[in-house]
Write a protein that binds this ligand. Structure first.
Ligand code: NAG
Ligand code: NAG
Ligand code: NAG
Ligand code: NAG
Length: 387
């Protein structure tokens, strides 16, 4: 997904649709917006599928112990989450699902996890991305006994969920507020860091004045630890009553050293702030063809790059190389002794990805292209099986 101020949103959508189109229909569409060149605010998102899981504890900087696994081997970071919606490379989750991994929660912009996330030993946090299918949210929450939910994704952004604050408040009252009775913690809509964000939130809170919102998720894309820190503090000062989750953020510099240093400093910062409950870097993705991004946590073959190793806190145990290279390489199971050597996930063909682009699966709004995308996926699926 291209998330750069230099790139028009339509291009970003087009490219990121490769990720998005393989996801279920609940999925959102990645996008991009540009705001201020000084603080370089950009926004984006991606969506996806199904699942199971719950997570109740409030984050603290202290590592927690995963039940059933010895304390020496597993220390999770209660705040650190995974933003992963790459339905075309589901096996990439393996590098996050290992005993040494620090990740304590994950989300994919959908309200039900797909099997590969539901079985990844990482608690899943459902999201009601937009207004679509919102009437099924309560059932989805009950089905997975979820104890926390994220609400509308970038509703202030016309290529994201694009909902007026007053409409969002009505939807909230009807479909989200009642989840409180199920013991679910409710996340506010996650606005962009663009100038539309905070005014949208202010109007939403006003229209939803009897709603009980438990925490405030925010997004940020830009350059510089200072700009990021300023934004997080600004939001906190504007809405001090809510603990904050940063559910998408990234340093958009093309320089990998700069990005790693940014991640290093900002994770340290976020660990130190008691009003920051959780955060998830954007994102756990491979670079797409012609769309290298220094903030991706994965390399072309699904391995953890330096950033990914730092964020996950472990080394690569599995790769899956896209033809025409070797079809896959199994590295080693040392980080996760119970998992053994990993498997052959037949990677998607780069030709096929080009084909998707050519077919123009860039418009999430188009049923025709959606169907076409599904067909292409199906054919590819057959290919994978035969392969
Ligand atoms: C960008 O941010 C700077 C510094 O806060 C401000 O002076 C400027 O007006 C902003 N520009 C836009 C286009 O918002
Ligand atoms: C990347 O950033 C590092 C640290 O600021 C700097 O030393 C290096 O020269 C940069 N690399 C490039 C290619 O600009
Ligand atoms: C992260 O920052 C700490 C403290 O400055 C430093 O010691 C460490 O080497 C950094 N880690 C990476 C991977 O850059
Ligand atoms: C996650 O790891 C566990 C333990 O090794 C394994 O049983 C499970 O299949 C893995 N799930 C995925 C999706 O890789």
């Amino acid at each position: 997904m291209r998330v750069s101020p230099a790139l028009p949103g339509s291009v970003a959508l087009f490219v990121s649709s490769v990720v998005a189109h393989t996801l279920p229909s609940t999925a959102a569409r990645p996008a991009t917006s540009v705001t201020n060149a000084t603080t370089s605010v950009v926004s984006s998102a991606t969506p996806s599928l199904t699942g199971t899981s719950t997570f109740t504890s409030i984050a603290t900087p202290t590592p927690s112990i995963v039940p059933g696994v010895s304390a020496e081997t597993v220390k999770k970071n209660k705040k650190r989450g995974l933003a992963f919606a790459a339905g075309d490379t589901p096996d990439d989750i393996i590098n996050a699902n290992q005993t040494k991994g620090l990740i304590s929660w994950q989300y994919n912009w959908a309200s039900i996890p797909p099997t590969y996330l539901a079985t990844a030993n990482i608690p899943y946090v459902p999201m009601q991305w937009g207004s679509g299918d919102i009437q099924t949210l309560a059932d989805n929450i009950r089905a997975q006994d979820a104890k926390v939910v994220l609400a509308f994704n970038e509703p202030d952004f016309d290529v994201q969920s694009n909902i007026r604050p007053t409409d969002a408040a009505l939807l909230w009252k009807q479909y989200i507020q009642p989840l409180k009775d199920l013991g679910v913690r409710l996340g506010a809509p996650a606005v962009t860091a663009a100038p539309t964000g905070r005014p949208w939130l202010t109007q939403f809170f006003k229209a939803c004045d009897e709603c009980t919102i438990d925490f405030l998720p925010i997004h940020w894309y830009g350059s510089g630890v200072g700009a990021f820190t300023d934004y997080v503090y600004d939001v906190h000062n504007a809405f001090p009553q809510y603990p904050i989750w940063i559910t998408e953020y990234a340093e958009i510099s093309p320089n990998v050293t700069v990005v790693l240093d940014f991640m290093n400093q900002t994770t340290t910062l976020l660990e130190s702030l008691d009003w920051v409950e959780r955060y998830s870097w954007f994102g756990y993705f491979r670079p797409k063809p012609d769309d290298f991004q220094s903030y991706n946590l994965l390399d072309d073959d699904g391995s953890l790059n330096a950033l990914g190793q730092f964020y996950i806190g472990a080394k690569t145990i599995h790769t899956s190389i896209i033809p025409p290279g070797p079809s896959y390489v199994t590295v080693s199971g040392v980080d996760n002794p119970t998992q053994g050597l990993v498997t052959t996930y037949p990677a998607y063909a780069s030709d096929a990805m080009s084909a998707w682009n050519i077919l123009g699966i860039g418009s999430s709004a188009s049923t025709a292209t959606g169907v076409l995308g599904a067909l292409v996926s199906f054919v590819l699926g057959m290919f994978w099986i035969l392969f």
